[in-house]
Structures are given as C-alpha cells and as structure tokens.
Design a binder for this molecule. Structure first.
Ligand SMILES: [Zn+2]
Length: 188
C-alpha cells in the first residue's frame, strides 16, 4: 500500500477564510456586546505567541453579575467623578488579562481591543509583557497620547485595525459580510 495521498483525492480548500487577526478582533467586538455600560462598550481578545485565543474581556463593574452595585453615569461635571462609573469600572483589557488561566501565556502575545487602551491598561499590558496591541478605534485625548507613548517606550507594537483590514482585504470581504459580526467597521 502506498503511503502518499493521491493528488486527485486532495480536493479544494476554502479560499475565503479569515486570518486570525480578523477573527480575534471580531471576537473582541462580539464580547463588547456583553458590556452593560450604557455609554461605552469595549471588548478585548488575547492571542498567545503560539496563536491560540487564550482570553476575552469586556468592561464591567467590579461585581460583574450585579448591575446596580456601582454607578453607570458618566456626567462628571454634573455629579462629580466619584459618583460616576469612572473610578469603579474594570476595563476590558484588565478583564481579559485577569481571566487568563495561565498568566505566563500572556508573554509575547497580542491583545486586540475595540478601543485604544487607557494608561492604566497600557501599564498592565506592559507588565505582562504582551508585545502587540491591535486597536479598532482611537479617541484622541491626553490619556491616549500618554498611553501611546508608554506602549511605544516599552517596545510594544501598536497597530490599527484599519491597517490590517487594508492588507489583502479583498479575499476576505465576502467572508466578513457572511459573518455580519463587524459592528463598528462596516464592510463597503
Ligand atoms: Zn483601560
């Protein structure tokens, strides 16, 4: 019996598959839908250096299952910061990192985030030696500028999802349309 596979049995493989980078960001978008925050829903998905999706997270209050233990309001000027969600909310990046079963697997991994990380999350990302951040949305602010500086100074690669979508995106358009998961970046 011959051990090699006859070429005629190989058949055709699917060509419109999604790269893992796109799958990971789509998962981040999907997970953000779990957030009960009325103003900002953020999702994160972490991929290990050996290309396994190892954790996901979204922004939530410190008692994830309790909706009314902490404030959800965001109007700082009216009610004072201490009465808003800001001091209490756990960000998606920290949520994903803390839900990772084996923290050693974070080293050299990539975190996909629907919104550019704040400085606290950027510091946490750097502490766990995650080596790449892929973000979908960047909101210009002093916080974001410091965060970007921090990540770059720590040698962490920062890539926008737009850049990734530009790269050989044609083959994947149909597949993304079928998935209908890309909530923020509509495929034209
Ligand atoms: Zn954050």
């Amino acid at each position: 019996m011959k051990s090699e596979i006859n070429e005629e049995y190989l058949g055709e493989y699917r060509k419109d598959t999604l790269r893992q980078e796109l799958v990971a960001m789509e998962i981040a978008f999907l997970v953000s839908k779990e957030s009960k925050d009325p103003s900002t829903q953020v999702g994160a998905c972490i991929v290990s250096s050996d290309e396994r999706i190892i954790s996901t997270g979204f922004n939530h209050n410190p008692i994830e299952w309790s909706v009314d233990s902490f404030p959800w309001r965001n109007d700082v000027n009216k009610i004072g910061e201490e009465n808003t969600k800001y001091p209490y909310i756990i960000h998606a990046e920290l949520d994903a990192i803390s839900k990772c079963n084996n923290l050693n697997e974070l080293k050299d991994g990539t975190i996909y985030v629907t919104l550019f990380p704040c400085t606290q999350c950027a510091k946490t990302i750097a502490s766990f030696k995650i080596k790449k951040v892929v973000y979908a949305e960047y909101r210009d602010s002093l916080e974001a500028t410091c965060s970007k500086r921090l990540l770059e100074k720590c040698g962490i690669e920062v890539v926008s999802y737009d850049e990734i979508l530009k790269d050989n995106f044609e083959n994947e358009k149909e597949a993304i349309k079928k998935l209908k998961l890309n909530f923020k970046k509509g495929v034209k």
